[in-house]
Design a protein around this ligand. Structure first.
Ligand code: NAP
Length: 362
């Protein structure tokens, strides 16, 4: 790997996920942040001025970014695209608009690695968890043909809610997963909020997260889908039903999962397979790769948010409470960090893989 770093931009740098990107990339060995961009209301301010009243992380605003002037995602698009090798998209807001913004950057020959859901179900846009389905990068050449680009494309990571239970079930994929029932217990940072900005969440749960159940049921099927005729065809053998609940937790999404397979699996075999699963080789040896992708806990009161969310720098998947079930084959509980593994960290890992595989160039 050449020592010169990739120049990157962050679209939506001032938001919850944007702030995570900024801190994760502070000392990144391959990537150097050159552009921070957001909406018109932040554009023209220094990054510090734009975020100082809504900085949500425990760590301080990185000094080297404090005085960068925030650019306008739309008006400055040409300038941004000419100054960076690729952008991370952490934009919030209306989906149709974000879809257009992402396509605009791709057409400006600037690859987009996105957190946003706007393009997740676009058939020629790969939605990748690098440990699980990196081979979906193959669809990028078809997307580039549609967009008429040489090096511009969009690649996305999946929704934060699925990033603990899809990895936990993946080591059993060859047993024929049939039915999955999942209840997710999701942190308030997933809505871009803190307890200060969302005081109703103190001592409360809200049994509704707009659009989350649809994403939790559909996105795994694309992750487990196949590349055929220039598109990712979602898996049609697996049925998923879900309930997504907002809980009074700052960071970290938990899921209670029940699963049925074509071939019955013992708890011992499941634990053994999870412990051995290191992720696809394309996901290994990158700056953000994990040593242990999945950690299984034998203690009956784990995984817990506070002790497990920062495992593997927030990129690990924690699983526990595996038992046989009377209606499904097995049940278990799993968790992962929603703004690291589930958002910015997952996107950084994906970008690292795309750089090493030659899809993004300096
Ligand atoms: P957020 O805190 O509301 O931040 C939104 C960002 O987008 C801000 O930088 C905002 O700029 C910018 N923005 C909004 N509308 C814009 C527009 N019309 N033009 C240009 N910039 C605009 O949201 P978030 O929680 O970080 O989430 C960002 C995206 O990631 C969402 O699509 C979300 O669904 C997804 N996501 C979030 C999580 C999570 O755990 N939070 C996990 C996975 C995926 P200003 O500050 O200037 O308004």
């Amino acid at each position: 790997m050449n020592m010169e770093k990739y120049k990157i931009g962050i679209l939506g740098a001032t938001g919850t996920v944007g702030q995570r990107f900024v801190t994760l990339l502070e000392n990144h060995p391959w990537f150097e942040v050159k552009v921070l961009a957001a909406s018109k209301s932040s554009a023209g301010k220094t990054f510090k001025e734009a975020v100082q009243n809504r900085w949500i992380l425990n760590s301080k605003i990185p000094k080297e970014y404090e005085n960068i002037i925030v650019m306008d995602v739309e008006e400055d698009a040409k300038k941004i695209a000419s100054e960076v090798d690729f952008v991370f998209c952490a934009l919030g807001g209306e989906k149709e608009k974000i879809k257009k913004i992402e396509e605009m950057y791709a057409r400006l020959e600037c690859p987009v690695i996105s957190n946003n859901s706007a393009n997740r179900m676009t058939p020629d846009v790969p939605m990748i968890i690098p440990e699980i389905n990196p081979e979906h990068v193959g669809v990028i050449e078809h997307q580039s043909r549609r967009l008429g680009t040489k090096k511009g494309f969009i690649a996305v990571k999946s929704n934060c809610s699925i990033q603990c239970y899809v990895p936990a079930l993946h080591p059993l994929f060859d047993l024929g997963i049939k039915n999955i029932l999942v209840c997710t217990y999701q942190a308030i940072s997933g809505a871009g909020k803190t307890f200060n900005t969302w005081p109703e969440m103190k001592d409360n749960i809200i049994p509704y997260i707009s659009g989350e159940e649809e994403k939790s049921e559909k996105e795994p099927l694309k992750i487990w889908g196949k590349l055929e005729n220039g598109e990712i065809i979602p898996n049609s053998d697996i049925n998923i039903t879900s309930q997504c609940i907002r809980v009074p937790v700052s960071e970290g999404h938990t899921a209670a999962v029940f699963a049925k397979f074509e071939r019955k699996v013992s708890c011992e075999e499941f634990i053994e397979r999870m412990r051995k699963f290191k992720g696809h080789e394309m996901s290994r040896g990158l700056p953000s790769s994990t040593e242990n992708f999945i950690t299984y806990f034998n203690e009956s009161d784990r995984p817990q948010i506070k002790s497990e969310r920062n495992l593997e720098n927030g990129m690990g998947i924690s699983v526990g409470r595996l038992r046989e079930d009377s209606q499904y084959d097995i049940k278990f509980v799993c968790m992962s960090h929603n703004t690291v593994r589930g958002a910015a960290g997952g996107a950084v890992l994906l970008a690292e893989m795309l750089c090493r595989e030659g899809y993004i160039n300096k």
